[in-house]
Design a protein around this ligand. Sequence first.
Ligand code: C5P
Length: 322
Amino acid sequence: HGALGEIWDDEMSSTMLGKRLKKVVQNYQAMNKYGVKFSGSEGATRRRKLSGPELLCQLKDMVHITTLTPDMEPFAGFPWASQLPPQPLSSDLGPFKTCAVVSSAGSLRNSGLGKEIDSHDAVVRFNAAPTAGFEKDVGSKTTVRLINSQVMASEDHHFLSSSLYSIGTLVAWDPAPYSSDLNEWYNKTDYPIFKQYQRYRRLHPQQPFYILHPSVEWQLWKRIQDNMAEPIQKNPPSSGLLGTVLMMSLCDVVHVYEFLPSRRKTELCHYYQRFSDAACTLGAYHPLLYEKNLVKRMNQGSDRDIYTHGRVTLPGFSTYNC
Ligand code: C5P
């Protein structure tokens, strides 16, 4: 890329990782905790590489953002089903013109992107990512917070009482068995998402709070694997990609910040913590490397936008013609 410097190469492969991380990724590639039945290498190798527009149309056609509603089994039979929103997320939120997806990457530090991020109609943030004290770099608006079940359950996040989670609409998810069968998932969640959901709803009954249907994570996983030349980790995609596709279903235009690292690329894991590990940006458990390849291929913005702003531009599904 010459004068521009290094930006994300959409052919990143686990073979390009350092020795330690390569091992971790290879271990996850061999493991199959969620019972994934899909032979990736068949699909991808016999076919040509799809263009960005073709990938966007695949996502639009094949990934459907659904959330749990009280009529769905087995929840319909439980007394707490009435705590679930009666309507799916899409009928209560949006549509928005412009949306910002704020990854939690360390490279947001000293980015000065806060004003730009806040200028969007809706902003999505992830897990425990704060705005207080970081407004200059990440802004202060939060429309949606996508949280995983680990954050909901772990003692040190104080999910039930921390004011961090009390702003905007909450959307929670948990890695489910590949079948996406709700009964199977209910009895086999990674973390106690339903118990924590019920507790939170009792404490904060006015805040909109949705649970993502597990079919979303695996529909998206299939799009990643189907378009990669090597077997990816058989684990669900990261919150960052889930949130990006969620916003593509609600917005006309989506800007994603520091998912593809800018010139500020760093091993610092999160902008809000001291901890450093290259795995945060390159993935270990999540197929994050491949998620980034896919996003790079779909990007409608310039390479310079990535380099200077860590910014990717993606179209919303409703405005994109296939
Ligand atoms: O760590 P956490 O999952 O809360 O971060 C939110 C999302 O931001 C991740 O799921 C990932 O997609 C993205 N991220 C990243 N690089 C980092 C840290 C986070 O791409 N260094």
